[in-house]
Design a protein around this ligand. Structure first.
Ligand code: PLP
Length: 427
């Protein structure tokens, strides 16, 4: 139970963010180069260099620089759809009416592109070991929907999913993996970078990611033909002709050469950012020892990028909480706490935490969609948590978990104060 009057914690003068951009100076140099050379466009040296750096760092053959991670996911999903089902006749999407297996506990940007292409997301429950797509539930999903051809999975908070098992299941069913590595750039699973496991993969340079261009993203693949296709679609699908000739639907999805200058300046600092975020995670882990909480998991098989540090409160230490559609109510209780209370306490000293991604099967927009848990069909459509009524792992992590301030510019003593306030919540 948090009693602010008892502690009198001082507020931070400058807000401590969840995860904000960290610039180093070189970004401005490359942006200025774009300006001075007048390559104020979606082509230029910065764009070329971002594509080279992204491919080189992750270890794929080809990267295509795009306006956002979401745009990259759209074209990745479209590529997978055309590969699985052929080129759609206009005005249909590549996935018209087709089921697609998707991560359930993730940002909605992971799954919206499936709908852009006319597909129907089928949500797959999460596992406690990685907080990502649960291989057991995925296997179950293929039993129920054996014809599904595409799996879209995200690596949450910078920790890779169980790629070995997931890829094995996908292989057995001759399906295509689209990997959403928007949050996990630089994370490694069994020696291999995330963003390289799927046939079509995506990273993001949105403002709060591990490195940023303010916005932007890349499509990653080892398939030259796919890379060329995506590049063509992203530039309005111009054919090679003396005039504007169009045979396919096009998009305006290219990365700006100015933004690419920012990304280019950030890439050399990716490893530093990971080191700083790792330090933050470890400091929380040490500082919160003895409390009835655990950190977001790190399986032995991987080296995360530690993008966000999160905690999960032990069931026994949860005070009673009820989630409505847009509000949460809890009953403060001695010795116990809950995400809402901790988030409030953190906010009270001018720092920013965040709830865990609310699972897609609990979202009004998607709650009528199929949802698969280990035992088979999950309870899609469930929106409000009622005591003792948690039916799946994603909902449980959402209910008991939260993201802590994880900004790599947060000072050690600031983090200490945040740790103290979390401790105070459990008194
Ligand atoms: C940020 C994010 C995206 C989208 O990336 P944008 O560049 O913001 O469009 C997609 N998936 C996940 C899991 C993300 O966190």
């Amino acid at each position: 139970m948090f009693k602010p009057e008892k502690y009198n914690f001082k507020s931070f003068k400058e807000k401590v963010w969840l995860s904000s951009p960290t610039m180093h100076g070189e970004e401005l140099k490359y942006m200025t180069e774009a300006y001075v050379s007048n390559w104020m466009s979606t082509v230029g040296a910065n764009v070329d260099e971002v594509e080279r750096l992204a491919a080189e760092y992750t270890g794929v053959k080809y990267a295509v620089a795009l306006s956002s991670g979401t745009a990259a996911l759209h074209l990745a999903v479209k590529s997978a759809g055309i590969e699985a089902y052929g080129m759609p006749a206009l005005p249909h999407g590549a996935l018209e009416g087709k089921y697609v297996f998707c991560s359930d506990m993730t940002f909605d940007a992971t799954v919206n592109p499936v709908v852009y292409e006319g597909g129907i997301p089928v949500f797959i429950d999460t596992d406690y070991e990685t907080w990502n797509m649960d291989p057991v539930s995925l296997r179950k999903a293929f039993e129920i929907y054996p014809d599904v051809k595409i799996v879209v999975m995200a690596h949450l908070y910078g920790t890779p999913g169980n790629m070995e098992e997931i890829n094995q299941i996908i292989k057995e069913h001759h399906a295509i993996l689209v990997e959403d590595a928007a949050e996990s750039l630089g994370a490694v699973y069994k020696g291999r970078q995330t963003g390289t496991f799927g046939k079509y993969n995506v990273i993001s340079f949105n403002g709060n990611k591990i490195i940023t261009g303010s916005s932007g993203g890349c499509f990653l693949t080892n398939d030259l033909e796919a890379a060329n296709k995506v590049r063509k679609w992203s530039t309005q699908s111009r054919e090679n002709a003396p005039w504007y000739q169009h045979e396919e639907l096009g998009y305006n999805y290219r990365m700006s050469n100015v933004i690419a200058g920012v990304v280019r300046g950030q890439f050399p600092y990716l490893k530093d950012h990971i080191r700083q975020k790792r330090r933050i995670y470890e400091r929380y882990k040490e500082g919160l020892e003895g409390l009835p909480v655990s950190m977001n998991p790190i399986p032995d098989s991987c080296k995360p990028n530690y993008w966000l540090s999160c905690i999960l409160i032990d069931e026994e230490a949860m005070c009673r909480t009820v989630y409505g559609e847009k509000e949460v109510l809890y009953r403060a209780e001695k010795g116990k706490s809950c995400p809402a209370e901790i988030l409030e306490a953190i906010r009270s000293i001018n720092a920013e935490g965040r709830p865990i991604w609310k699972p897609m099967h609990m979202q009004p927009i998607y709650r009528m969609h199929p949802f698969i848990i280990r035992d088979g069909n999950g309870r899609a459509g469930s929106n409000a948590y009622i005591e003792g009524n948690v039916s799946d792992i994603g909902m449980d992590i959402f209910r008991r978990g939260l993201c802590l301030p994880s900004d790599n510019k947060m000072a050690g003593d600031q983090q200490e104060r945040i740790i103290e306030i979390i401790r105070a919540c459990f008194e």
